[in-house]
Design a protein around this ligand. Structure first.
Ligand SMILES: Cc1ncc(COP(=O)(O)O)c(C=O)c1O
Length: 497
């Protein structure tokens, strides 16, 4: 139906190639309210209200834009209407976006797409950062399903959440992260976020505004999105040594040196557990050394906790690094995700919290976080946070959840052992013990880019080119095939730099 405005049917006309029409999509512009009869010209967009109508209008190329768009009554093309978008493809030669370059594809999502297109029946996806069960299927936790049923039965509303999200969810999430002894009402300013990515982005913006001119250091290597996120926030993003590829182990010495060398008050992004991509975490003793230097240098810790509970199978153990840091009174931000540990990948549920001195500081920080969020997406989605809240507030469901989460972690740990056994069975002479020593979703195998490429090209095994494989993508059916293929590409070659 053509849009009407003040009882006038707007007919924007239909561009054709012969009369070389150009189109102008006035996406927040209504035709009639935009027309200033007094000056006989278009009013400035800023004069319009949010609620003005949004038709699409087309104007002849050489038309005088100061001429009012014609109405049906004035005899423009009778077959076209203001809602007819079919002409859009015809007039694209003079498109204003013609100079937009093709952006680089996302490394990980591009591999996932190549996997989908691959027709080799042997194909294996060990790139995916999402849990799969032993049949290779994606998995919804039964406790999550039960919570959804409860929400359905209680007629969960669809109203907007406040800017900072669902208060009860945030409270449950903070208890889950910081433990029962933290005075979250006084010492934690927190908002619900669009999963862990959103939490990093909100935290990054907050730091760019309120901890200005301090660089943020991320581990080398790290989840590649960290660098994009913090750059986009306007932070000066640098790397600190984290992993030694010649020993396939944590480079604690290098890490401590870099913490010491950084100028006082720098920000350090720390993976709370299950470091992505290496699966290599400091022990608690090593964390203590790290936090000691952080305290001496007045650094700020930005913990990214994307795998709490999913790493060891015990949410308390996986929280020990940042809980220890809190106990040492170093400045802390925490990005929390419920994508992996609750299997709520697509629901986009997480929190960003800032540990602070007192309730007044908390209110100030919260007010600024609201100001960051409001123009970005106004308020977070509610279904995922309702699920997490329902699970964590119901004692029986919470207990069930803990068992299910531990079950995912256990399956992955078993796969580590089985992969190393299968590699040995395939005849590999390498020491693969780092794979069983690592934790979380990924194994950082030590394979170089050429080996990874060969695995993809010759064996249809899809992985990132840094040698990272998703343990969740391995199962009884594909384990031996993957191990035998890895043996072929690594046999007689080094798996360390
Ligand atoms: C270290 C790390 N941080 C954050 C995330 C963010 O994930 P999401 O936005 O899905 O919670 C991921 C996901 O892979 C991750 O590995």
């Amino acid at each position: 139906m053509p849009p009407t405005n003040n009882n006038t049917t707007i007919d924007a006309g239909e561009p054709t190639s012969e009369d070389q029409l150009t189109h102008i999509r006035r996406s927040s512009l209504a035709l009639d309210p935009a027309w200033d009869a007094e000056t006989n010209s278009l009013r400035h967009l800023g004069d319009l209200d949010d609620d003005d109508l949004i038709p699409i209008a087309y104007f002849p190329l050489k038309a005088n834009l100061n001429e009012a768009p014609k109405t049906k009554q004035e005899g423009l093309h009778p077959s076209a209407s203001a809602g007819d978008v079919s002409a859009y493809s015809q007039g694209s030669s003079d498109d204003i976006w013609q100079n937009v370059p093709m952006g680089a594809p996302d490394a990980i999502l591009g591999i996932a797409q190549a996997y989908r297109q691959c027709e080799d029946p042997r194909k294996v996806n060990v790139c995916v950062g999402a849990y799969r069960d032993d049949a290779g299927k994606s998995y919804v936790l039964p406790s999550v399903r039960a919570a959804e049923k409860m929400l359905w039965e209680s007629q969960e509303p669809k109203e907007y959440l406040p800017i900072e999200g669902d208060k009860d969810f945030v409270r449950c999430a903070l208890k889950f992260a910081y433990g029962p002894n933290m005075d979250i009402d006084t010492h934690v300013a927190a908002v619900q976020t669009l999963s862990g990515t959103g939490a990093c982005a909100i935290g990054g913006r907050f730091l760019a505004q309120f901890w200005k001119n301090h660089p943020i250091y991320v581990p080398d290597p790290t989840w590649s999105n960290h660098i994009s996120i913090f750059n986009q926030c306007g932070l000066d993003c640098r790397k600190y040594r984290y992993y030694n590829r010649s020993t396939n182990a944590l480079d604690l010495e290098g890490m401590l040196k870099d913490l010491n060398r950084a100028k006082d008050g720098s920000i350090f992004l720390l993976h709370a557990c299950a470091h992505n991509p290496t699966g290599c975490d400091p022990s608690l003793e090593q964390w203590k050394e790290v936090i000691d230097v952080v305290r001496q240098k007045h650094h700020v810790c930005f913990f990214d906790s994307a795998y709490q509970g999913f790493a060891s199978g015990n949410a308390e153990v996986d929280a020990q690094a940042f809980r220890y840091a809190v106990s040492q009174h170093v400045p802390i931000l925490l990005a929390q995700s419920f994508a992996k540990n609750f299997g709520l990948y697509g629901e986009r549920v997480g929190t960003l919290s800032v540990v602070c001195g007192d309730a007044e500081q908390r209110d100030h920080i919260l007010s600024e976080l609201r100001l960051i969020i409001r123009p970005l997406y106004s308020s977070p989605p509610r279904h995922g946070s309702s699920i997490v809240k329902t699970v964590l507030m119901d004692p029986a469901l919470k207990e069930q959840y803990y068992e299910e989460c531990a079950g995912m972690a256990l399956r992955i740990q078993k796969m580590r052992v089985k992969l190393v056994q299968a590699l040995q069975k395939a005849g590999s002479q390498h020491d693969w013990s780092h794979i069983t020593g690592q934790i979380g979703m990924f194994a950082f195998t030590g394979m170089n880019e050429a080996m990874c490429q060969q695995l993809t090209d010759e064996f249809s095994i899809y992985l990132t080119m840094n040698g990272r494989i998703s343990m969740a993508g391995l199962n009884q059916k594909n384990l031996e095939y993957v191990a035998a293929s890895i043996h072929v590409v690594t046999d007689g070659k080094s798996i360390s730099l």
